[in-house]
Ligand binder design. Structure first.
Ligand code: HEM
Length: 355
């Protein structure tokens, strides 16, 4: 089906769906044809803050914004977080140790990335619980929670302008490219983007990997016996059960793709989850193989918008899953569990995972 009809038009929604590897790669990276900026709503809430963030901007503006945030969010700074992430993983696993049973999502995979991001942003620990509630509100699109969060960040940003610290918000305020700084709206948009783009995705990466192990016990046995297979396991999990299934674009001009002519200003969904199962790119695409040699998956996107948080997500996953292999031997999903998927066209994961 994917090979015969790589691009499909859905007349009821007007949406153009791209399913094959080459088409998805192009839709994600050819920003002159597939815009991230067009057709985004603008208003007075978290959504509007997002519309002025890097993920909803095309070059040349995108290049400037990305250069600014990259100054404050470097791979080196991310690597320095490893010991703190290990401590948090230890604490979270310690809380369930001996119980014989836990909810892998609620007890572990969900809190970990939220706490890590809160610490990176320098959220005072007294505000941690409210912060968790708001970040849920932003992700589920609850407007009052999102407004509270926007107001909270507004105050925090103001405070850091007067009294900078070692945190990411202070770094973002100080960042400068060609004498330009981020304005208040852009700062707010970036903080909210980190929550929306970084939390649920990382939660799902962790829980989806456990599901991959459950469905491929032989692959689980191999990585337990040989931890050097863990990085390959994480990449294969990203490919096989991609946490982000699709990304949205709008055509800036008429585009030929997959034998179709897509008119200008058409909405397009690039199906990352489908591209990552394309047999033309991945032999035996339906097999979970942690030792796959060439794994050029698109789980973190491609091109100018390539995930800024990929080093952080990979680090969190490797520290967390290494500890899981060490401390939770014979991890098994509770038999008979009916898994409830997260309701979303964009992210793929489950709400709970009793193990
Ligand atoms: C962009 C996936 C974790 C921050 C993206 C994109 C994808 C993605 C597919 C490209 C969007 C596009 O082309 O429009 C993921 C996955 C993650 C993850 C699967 C976890 C497994 C994170 C984390 C952070 C983060 C932990 C930050 C803390 C961002 C940002 C962008 C982005 C800021 C926008 C980059 C730009 O527009 O230049 N992510 N992400 N992500 N991600 Fe991630």
């Amino acid at each position: 089906q994917r090979a015969q009809q790589p691009v499909v038009h859905d007349p009821s929604s007007g949406m153009w769906m791209v399913f094959d590897y080459d088409g998805v790669q192009r839709a994600l990276s050819d920003w002159k044809s597939f815009s991230s900026q067009r057709g985004r709503p603008r208003g007075e809430n978290a959504e509007s803050a997002l519309s002025s963030s890097i993920i909803s901007t095309d070059p040349p503006r995108h290049r400037q914004l990305r250069a600014l945030v990259e100054q404050a969010f470097t791979p080196r700074q991310v690597r320095a977080l490893a010991p703190r992430i290990a401590e948090l993983v230890d604490e979270l696993l310690g809380q369930v140790e001996g119980a014989g049973r836990m909810d892998f999502v609620l007890d572990f995979a969900y809190p970990l990335p939220v706490i890590v991001i809160a610490e990176i942003l320098g959220i005072p620990s007294a505000d941690r619980d409210a912060f968790k509630r708001w970040s849920d509100a932003v992700v589920t699109g609850d407007p009052s929670g999102s407004r509270e969060m926007a107001a909270y960040f507004g105050r925090l940003i103001e405070q850091r302008q007067y009294a900078p610290g070692e945190d990411l918000i202070s770094g973002l305020i100080a960042a400068q490219v060609e004498e330009e700084h981020l304005n208040a709206q852009e700062l707010l948009g970036f903080c909210i983007l980190l929550l929306v783009a970084g939390n649920e995705t990382t939660t799902n990466l962790l829980a989806n990997t456990v599901r991959c192990w459950q469905d491929a016990p032989e692959a689980y046995a191999r990585v337990r016996a040989d931890r050097t297979l863990l990085p390959g396991t994480i990449e294969e999990s990203l490919r096989f059960r991609s946490p982000v299934q699709s990304m949205y674009r709008v055509t800036a001009l008429e585009v030929e793709l997959g034998g179709q002519t897509i008119p200008a200003l058409s909405p397009v969904l690039a199906w990352i989850g489908s591209a990552n199962r394309d047999e033309a790119q991945f032999p035996d695409a339906g097999v979970f193989d942690p030792a796959r040699t060439s794994n050029r998956h698109l789980a973190f996107g491609h091109g100018v918008h390539f995930c800024l948080g990929a080093p952080l997500a990979r680090l969190e996953a490797s520290v967390a899953l290494d500890a899981v292999l060490e401390r939770l031997p014979n991890l098994r999903v509770v038999p008979g569990t009916v898994l409830e998927p997260v309701q979303s066209q964009i992210v793929s994961g489950v709400k709970r995972l009793p193990v």
